[in-house]
Design a binder for this molecule. Structure first.
Ligand SMILES: [Zn+2]
Ligand SMILES: [Zn+2]
Length: 338
């Protein structure tokens, strides 16, 4: 396996620029991956990397700048964003992360001789031709560096790629989903496994703001088993699958206000039924992806030890649900809660 190293910092640390310049000087190539574009609406301390989490649900809270509010997308809890970081006292709390476009600009300013191509939804759109053009130029050595989102992962198969940089490697950890850590772990392991396939040994640099987290400790040592054991422990304590069954009710509507009212109403109808059936009701809360294809989205999460109890709740409450113009769907054992 290639050597995996952590670089503490945000943006593009100096050490990364140096590594990119070294590869270019040797006629080798690099791939720069930006983790999960466009999902960074959480708050992070600029100094210590602290991210606020829901104490009940242990997922990252999303940040609504206009209201200066933090919200849990599972249980619906919300509170005012703090003025200072509770861990280090810093007042520099802000949206983390930058998009690929800003990274590209920064690279061209700080390493003007590096020939970079950016691949993401904005540059590619739906045109697969752009893709193959960029990849064949990269293959022929006409480019030094591919920059982009998951799309550039294909570039990892080129033999001259000896350096892979993952910027904001911890972004995935703050996705409001209880499987966020597991997914990030396997994504980064995959990336590392594919780097340096040619003759030259590969190197992987992971840029993150809190390398002390146990997540990175396990990752660097390739300790998947130990990592998953600690994840399972957490899920047992917090009653997430596989220690409980979930059923997600997804509501969507073109009108936000109508949707919120309807979600409250549905939760009100479900609550007494849940209470009788040993089912726990979380929410209602806006989904992490609050708007999709022109529709606002809210969800209610039902949790129980036995799947029959969930089915009972649906059976007993469904006749009383009058959805009007709001759409409702049931998602048993949801794969994600976004
Ligand atoms: Zn802090
Ligand atoms: Zn919560």
């Amino acid at each position: 396996l290639p050597e995996m190293r952590i670089v503490q910092g945000r943006g593009i640390p100096h050490q990364v620029l140096q590594a990119l310049a070294e590869r270019k000087a040797k006629g080798e190539q690099s791939v720069v991956l930006l983790n999960r574009r466009g999902f960074s609406n959480y708050l992070q301390c600029n100094d210590c990397g602290w991210v606020p989490e829901c104490t009940e649900c242990s997922i990252s809270l999303t940040y609504h700048k206009a209201k200066r509010a933090l919200r849990c997308h599972y249980c619906g809890a919300h509170r005012r964003a703090p003025d200072a970081c509770p861990e280090c006292g810093s007042h520099k709390l802000e949206y983390p992360g930058r998009g690929t476009e800003r990274v590209e600009q920064e690279l061209s300013t700080r390493l003007p001789e590096l020939r970079v191509a950016r691949l993401d939804r904005d540059t590619v759109g739906g045109r697969s031709q752009v893709f193959s053009e960029v990849f064949s130029e990269f293959a022929s050595g006409g480019l030094d560096c591919l920059l982009g989102t998951q799309m550039v992962a294909k570039g990892l198969d080129f033999p001259r790629v000896t350096l892979v940089v993952v910027l904001q490697a911890d972004t995935g950890l703050h996705l409001p989903d209880f499987r966020a850590n597991e997914r990030t772990f396997s994504l980064l392991t995959q990336v590392a496994g594919r780097a340096g396939r040619g003759e030259e040994p590969g190197e992987v640099l992971l840029v993150c703001s809190r390398p002390q987290d146990h997540f990175f400790h396990h990752l660097l040592q390739h300790r998947w088993k130990e990592f998953m054991a600690s994840e399972q422990e957490l899920r047992r304590a917090l009653k997430y699958p596989p220690y409980a069954r979930l059923l997600r009710l997804l509501l969507s509507d073109e009108k936000e206000e109508r949707l919120e009212k309807k979600a409250q109403e549905v939760a009100g109808i479900l609550e007494p039924v849940c209470h009788q059936s040993d089912v726990e009701l979380l929410g209602p809360a806006p989904c992490p992806l609050e708007r999709l294809q022109g529709r606002y989205r809210w969800h209610i999460i039902l949790r129980a030890l036995k799947v029959q109890d969930l089915q009972n709740v649906v059976r007993n409450s469904r006749p009383s649900l009058n959805m009007g113009k709001t759409r409702l769907s049931f998602d048993p054992d949801p794969l994600d809660l976004l």
